[in-house]
Design a protein around this ligand. Structure first.
Ligand SMILES: NC(=O)c1ccc[n+]([C@@H]2O[C@H](COP(=O)([O-])OP(=O)(O)OC[C@H]3O[C@@H](n4cnc5c(N)ncnc54)[C@H](OP(=O)(O)O)[C@@H]3O)[C@@H](O)[C@H]2O)c1
Length: 369
């Protein structure tokens, strides 16, 4: 039995046996199911089936699923919100693997998975397995998975029905792309059922700057034929709120060089919970989400800091350019590019994303603890 790969074309989906290139399958979509017609004339119907590595044998293919149609519909309609899954738990999945799981995002995802699935169905791939010894103690399989060592990735992803590929923190885009490509190749080689990848907003359309490696990875996922879901993240709220909180507590003021423009950040906790929804529910495979939290501004933050800290916070307007990354971020904010809003995160979470006050309160508890 060969494994079919998935090729996207403007008006149809074509499936080809990669070894023989023997035939392709035109697909006709319906509202809640899909009909695959094979060149040989046989028809097979599946309702709500998983878009997965598709078995192709003796000229018969079974193609899935509603998500294919939705992805195309969304692309064709422009940037309408993705429906956000239907909340039904996936059935029959026996293993979910989370890569880069020792990091702040991965750990939170694993916590959410363990609230939904037995520990025997969760595995983590870590470059430094000893950093997740606590997860092993909770019954999670800990595997060695280093993006720079492809052999480790193949064994780390073995048996995964779902893989969360958390982007590498590597700053050099060329090396980061190579790492992600190694993970995608390993996922393909081991027959991973579907991959969810943590990308970044605009990576679908922008191949430069901060999105360059994410853009290349999204392209690599498409080319791989692996069923996948793209989770485009905004900047983490914590990256802005932690220093702001520190400043409010230390000096009672907040420096603001943003010209009052908005930010659409989301808390790492919400993004982790959203990933757990995607990994454990039906109807996300084949989609791409553009996640944003509630829009906020530095004037809003001054007020939220005062509420959460229980003390006045002075709003210090400043136009001098900050050093390094901070200066670059402020330019981004002033240009308005961080103001784009979508409903995707709220739809996947099926609740409103965390407010400034909620995220600040959590950070404050961290600081005091
Ligand atoms: N949207 C944003 O604002 C934002 C901010 C920061 C990061 N990010 C991205 O989101 C990802 C997850 O964020 P996070 O908060 O969890 O980051 P984090 O806490 O810094 O964790 C990074 C993770 O990547 C792992 N890692 C590093 N090199 C690796 C390699 N060669 N192979 C496998 N794993 C490797 C680390 O493992 P070790 O324990 O071995 O170090 C760690 O588990 C980051 O990696 C980065 O790509 C996004």
């Amino acid at each position: 039995m060969a494994t079919a790969s998935f090729i996207e074309e403007p008006h149809s989906q074509l499936w080809q046996d990669p070894s023989t290139q023997a035939f392709s399958v035109p697909v006709e979509r319906r509202t809640n199911d899909i009909v695959a017609t094979i060149a040989g004339g046989r028809i097979d119907e599946r309702k709500n089936s998983l878009m997965s590595s598709v078995p192709v044998a003796e000229g018969v293919a079974v193609i899935a699923a509603t998500t294919v149609g939705r992805t195309q519909g969304r692309a064709a309609r422009g940037r309408e919100p993705w429906p956000g899954g239907d909340g039904r738990a996936t059935k029959g999945l026996s293993m979910i693997v989370v890569s880069a799981a020792s990091g702040g995002l991965g750990r939170r995802v694993v916590d959410h998975l363990l609230a939904r699935r037995p520990a025997s169905q969760v595995a983590v791939a870590a470059r430094t397995p000893e950093r997740v010894a606590d997860l092993a103690a909770r019954g999670v399989q800990v595997r060695h998975g280093d993006y720079d060592a492809p052999d480790t990735l193949r064994s780390a992803f073995e048996g995964a029905d779902r893989l969360l590929l958390i982007s590498s923190p590597e700053l050099d885009p060329a090396r980061r792309i190579k790492q992600h490509q190694a993970a995608i190749d390993a996922a393909r080689a081991t027959g991973v059922g579907a991959v969810a990848y943590t990308s970044f907003l605009e990576a679908d359309t922008r191949s430069d700057g901060v999105t360059s490696a994410h853009h290349a990875t999204e392209q690599a996922l498409k080319a791989s034929g692996l069923p996948h879901t793209v989770l485009r993240h905004p900047f983490y709220s914590e990256g802005f709120l932690r220093p702001a909180l520190h400043s409010a507590l230390a000096s009672g003021e907040l420096r603001d060089a943003t010209d009052g423009r908005g930010l659409n950040t989301a808390s790492r906790a919400d993004l982790a919970e959203a990933a757990a929804h995607v990994l454990t529910e039906e109807d996300h495979v084949g989609g791409a989400y553009d996640f944003t939290g509630p829009l906020w501004s530095y004037p809003d933050l001054v007020q939220a800091l005062a509420r959460v800290c229980g003390r006045p916070v002075a709003h210090r307007l400043g136009h001098e350019r900050a050093e390094g990354v901070q200066g670059w971020l402020e330019e981004q904010i002033r240009s308005g590019v961080l103001e784009r809003q979508t409903d995707d995160l709220r739809q996947v979470l099926r609740r409103a994303p965390a407010t400034l006050d909620e995220t600040l309160t959590e950070l404050l508890a961290d600081t005091s603890g």
